[in-house]
Design a protein around this ligand. Structure first.
Ligand SMILES: [Zn+2]
Length: 359
């Protein structure tokens, strides 16, 4: 059996392997890009076995990392790709969303409001931007969100999350939602794994853009305008990641018992993205960070919320978001996760990791 057969065997109860050759060139190319990215991530970890990426024929939004027959796999549900396409095409088809992109006057402002928008159920009337630049921008956002998910899943493998779970609980699969997403770990440990995967995924993605802006030779010529300048490159990245989490929900931290839930709330995950990006630039180039910070806040906090307001008609809770992003509530939550990493999980994971884990 080859990796595709093994993947199908391991996922057959949740839909099995989806044959992406049934898709048109776009979004079929996403899988090709994802495999290329994974190949480069694996090759940067000496001694790490290859990781096979494929799609699962399941209409819900989900992704997972798992081991099967001693091989590593990452599976992304077809429903995730569908949701990303619906979301970003719908946004860019609306002249109130990202009005600075392309010719917004070619778009409309009376699209039907989205009434159900969760990871379980993305129900919206499909819409496609009229302006070609906005179509391409929507596709770029889909691509960035998809590659962020892959980077996140890759950390679950490379940082030994799967290895530790297998050793301790006999579980070989870590899913983002639903059964298999809480494989026996304490809620705080489970959240810390997500914190680790989010932090490293965004830090490495930002680092990749930092490099590629200086030397864009690895980017196809038709996409180089997205990496002409660092702030221009990071704006869609921050917008894509924040809106991906925003799709999963936006509940306040009030009344949340951190020691009882298995995943950090979406606002906390967005605070992780903001804090990690800020830390990256503090370490690498503090001056550059001063230019990047406002762009990240505009894309991730303000413009993401305004786009969701256009989609749903609901007013953004900016004070509540700021309290989590830059107030005490968010800081305390994140400190508990990073403390748990330092004092507990890091040392347990290191024997199963393929790189030297960060302190
Ligand atoms: Zn995860």
């Amino acid at each position: 059996m080859d990796d595709a057969d093994l993947f199908h065997e391991a996922t057959r109860f949740s839909g099995g392997r989806f044959d992406a050759s049934r898709w048109p060139p776009w979004p079929g190319r996403l899988l090709e890009m994802g495999r290329k990215l994974l190949g480069s991530l694996v090759s940067a970890c000496p001694g790490m076995p290859s990781v096979h990426l494929d799609l699962i024929d399941d209409s819900e939004v989900n992704a997972c990392a798992f081991r099967h027959c001693n091989r590593f796999f990452i599976g992304v549900n077809v429903g995730t790709i569908t949701a990303l396409m619906l979301l970003y095409h719908r946004m860019l088809a609306d002249r109130r969303c990202l009005a600075q992109i392309g010719n917004v006057h070619r778009e409309v402002s009376d699209l039907r409001l989205v009434t159900r928008l969760t990871a379980k159920s993305v129900e919206m009337v499909p819409a496609m931007p009229h302006d070609q630049i906005r179509v391409e921008y929507a596709n770029h956002l889909i691509c960035l969100a998809f590659l962020f998910i892959l980077r996140h899943e890759f950390v679950h493998v490379a940082h030994g999350h799967i290895g530790l779970l297998e050793k301790r609980f006999g579980v070989q699969r870590l899913a983002e939602f639903g059964s298999g997403s809480e494989p026996g770990l304490s809620p705080l440990d489970r959240q810390t794994l997500e914190w680790d995967a989010d932090s490293i995924a965004v830090s490495n993605f930002v680092g990749w853009f930092h490099q590629i802006v200086a030397d864009p030779s690895a980017v196809p010529p038709n996409l180089r305008h997205f990496v002409a300048e660092l702030t221009e490159a990071l704006y869609p990245l921050m917008f894509a990641i924040h809106s991906l989490f925003r799709l999963f929900g936006d509940s306040s931290l009030l009344g949340v018992d951190q020691s009882a839930i298995h995943h950090p709330p979406e606002r906390v995950r967005r605070a992780i993205i903001g804090a990690t990006t800020a830390t990256y630039f503090l370490k690498k180039d503090a001056e550059l960070g001063k230019a990047v910070g406002p762009v990240a806040a505009q894309a991730g906090l303000v413009d993401t919320e305004l786009a969701f307001q256009a989609l749903t008609g609901q007013t953004p809770d900016f004070p509540g978001l700021r309290e989590v992003f830059c107030g005490e509530a968010g800081m305390n939550y994140l400190s508990r996760l990073s403390e748990n990493w330092k004092s507990n999980l890091r040392d347990q994971l290191q024997p199963f990791a393929y790189i030297d884990l960060p302190e």
